[in-house]
Design a protein around this ligand. Sequence first.
Ligand code: NAD
Ligand code: DAU
Length: 351
Amino acid sequence: MNILVTGGCGFIGSHFVEYFLKTYPESKVINIDKLTYAAHPDMAKHLGTLAPDRYSFFQFDIADSNLKSWAKNQSFDAIVNFAAETHVDRSILDPDSFIRTNVLGVQNLLAIARENGNKRFVHVSTDEVYGSLKPSDPTSVETSQLDPNSPYAASKASADLIALANARTYKQPVLITRCTNNYGPYQFPEKLLPLLIANALEDKPIPVYGDGKQVRDWIYVVDHCRGIDAVLQKGRPGEIYNISSSGEAHNIDVIKKVLDMLHKPHSLITFVGDRPAHDRRYGLNSSKIKQELGWSPKTTFEEGLKKTVDWYLSNVDWWKKVRGAEYLKYYQSNYENKFGSESKKPKEVNS
Ligand code: NAD
Ligand code: DAU
């Protein structure tokens, strides 16, 4: 199978392209990416070195209407869409770019898949579309109600609905994956785990939103990629597949665990104001993909965390460069003040 991947220079997309090229030595990958702040431009070259004859890269915005005519001259059997604006905090500050890419961009790609022979379309979505669970709630299943709380989650839920409507209306072979919080190498250091590791290594405070008792369900990025591949190869068109490693943990416990791994003091933990509409708990039931497609995660949280921490320790130049001047400018101008002046104040919390 030859595939068109979008967002292949981002965190999960780049792992997926690498996984795909290595797993299927006959297959070709076309990667298109807008190269936003979240992309790793070096990745476009690095992936090329893995399989120079089977990989090509084009800088493109998935919401650009010119993409349609370009795509007519390309050869692919399926589209796998990773391209998105992905950081919840940024969606609170700048929702417009989330609607443009995550909704209009997906609409554009769906039309491209249809116009090029009604190609298989895997849309990579998220557990955030289900909204927040209470501590005693069962984990979300594919038929659980959509109840997004952030502009990011709402944009992803919108795209899911549009994709499903296309499947029903045009008999388009659309498949949706919804995964939990990923972690691993090459994650942009504004997300909790890489931010935590980088700040700890620089002996900087670790900002903990609210009381730190929120629950996230963690999965190692390569397990997510294997799940997406299972859906691409064997999933039933029109279906949604949750992907989870059943790795629920309180933020504060994850933070303490990583500080211990790095031999850094818990005194770096700094409670700050909360993210507006902060989802308290995510937890996914992924029985469907396990039973139907035979997928299961291979990496435990302990193993994955160790691999991740070791990678950030060995790649200090990478994350220092990523946290360079542009990143700092953005953070200083709006990010540190993001949820009002209260958010900067350390808070007293009994942990
Ligand atoms: P990321 O932010 O690391 O990378 C996103 C990539 O998309 C970047 O390379 C960026 O340049 C590209 N991009 C953004 N806008 C674009 C546009 N308009 N046109 C073309 N390319 C564009 O994201 P990620 O964490 O790798 O997430 C990938 C996908 O997986 C997203 O759809 C996200 O919603 C989903 N997802 C992420 C997680 C997670 O924990 N990170 C969990 C579940 C689902
Ligand atoms: O659940 C899947 C989602 O996971 C993906 O769809 C999103 O693209 C991805 O960004 C991620 O969303 P979260 O909001 O869960 O991830 P983030 O790393 O931003 O935050 C994880 C938790 O840690 C969340 O409860 C907020 C908290 N947090 C985050 C940051 C950045 C802090 O306490 N302090 C921080 O500095």
